[in-house]
Design a protein around this ligand. Sequence first.
Ligand code: CMC
Length: 428
Amino acid sequence: MENRKVTLSYEDGKSIDFPVLPGTLGPDVVDIRTFSKTGMFTFDPGFLATSACESKITFIDGDLGQLYYRGYPIEQLAEHSDFLESCYLLLNGELPNAEEKKNFDYTVLRHNMLHDQILSFFKGFRRDAHPMAVMVGVVGALSAFYHDSLDINDPHHREVSAFRLIAKVPTIAAQAYRYNKGLPFSYPKAGLTYAENFLHMMFSTPVSEYKVNPVLARALDRIFILHADHEQNASTSTVRLAGSSGANPFACIAAGIACLWGPSHGGANEAVLKMLDEIGSVDNVPAFMEGVKNKTHKLMGFGHRVYKNMDPRAKIMKQTCDEVLNELGLHNDPKFKLAMALEKIALEDPYFIERKLYPNVDFYSGIVLSAIGIPVSMFTPIFALARTVGWIAHWTEMIADPGMKIGRPRQLYTGAVRRDYVPVAERK
Ligand code: CMC
């Protein structure tokens, strides 16, 4: 391929060339690494035009509404794969053969118990703590328990930490819920799949075994697949930035969980259900929509920084949503009727059409989780447990890259110019 370049011309006639780097899919990028030699920096708050890294894991075309994990369309994975197979794919770059799949599943499902002393950690939190607060703390605390896998330069240590995180984060999430409810801790159970085990740990009690409904377990597994990775989103970029300093993987994933918590990111599915509660009934939708258009509030679960077309995950989730509501006979439940009315009105409203605002995955996943009986405060922890594999895959890709550098953005300073200290007695 010919060497392409972009030329920057100055008013005084000087110019500087920057090479153009092609990807296998998606837009080319201008390599501006030498730009600082000009004595200036680029300015791009929110990274609207900046690729912060090279990656081979996930591809998104926001205009066409495409999402691929390692080249495989998300629709095919949601239909034919399961979450642990998708984890293997994201981590290793290829789908496993039958033997590899068996070993991977076995390893993850054998490591889902927590060190018994970790359980005492939970007791330090207030009972009413948000489960995300508990997750940030307890996942970060794993680094105090697994010293034997903290050498980030050792590929075996990295792999062991990856297994530990993927296996144990669901247990931590479920226990955060149970602690909040005052329920006794529930250990994972042999013979269940990843999603079944999560439902078991959430809902079984010593006096009532939770009978897993296969339709609900499959829906949850699909939610896990759809949330497993999403290229350089805010929390993944946070994990990369934290990891670029050499911090251990447990600390980095805790940082990712903290970032995910925000309502513009992983907190949106929780915000969707809160919004439905606030609206209350279909009759109040027109007034609510007026408020959206006046920018008093947003329609949560709509819009996306990258997708300016239907989020492909939302299409799959909508179908799963129908399956779950049918299975549970909830189609006429007022809350779910309200959600469907809201979706229909927004899809036909010029405000949303002109701005290319479509329902995102969180609009439907919130409804599915709620129908399954999962409390709203657990929605973002479930997103976090599914995204753990994506974070780990990106962290591993970055650490294994010999060209890795600590992330250190610069700034446009607009604060005070130099001035001298004034003793307090002389200040006005
Ligand atoms: N409701 C009403 N108006 C909206 C919404 C919304 N949900 N989202 C964007 N807009 C408007 C926004 O006010 C702006 O209008 P105008 O051009 O008149 O100023 C226009 O659409 C463009 O919006 P933007 O703020 O430039 O878009 P963005 O790319 O910066 O924000 C977003 C993306 C996801 C933060 C935003 O759409 C949003 O806050 N949505 C609601 C929260 C949500 O559902 N988040 C989940 C994202 S998907 C899960 C994930 O990947 O984390």
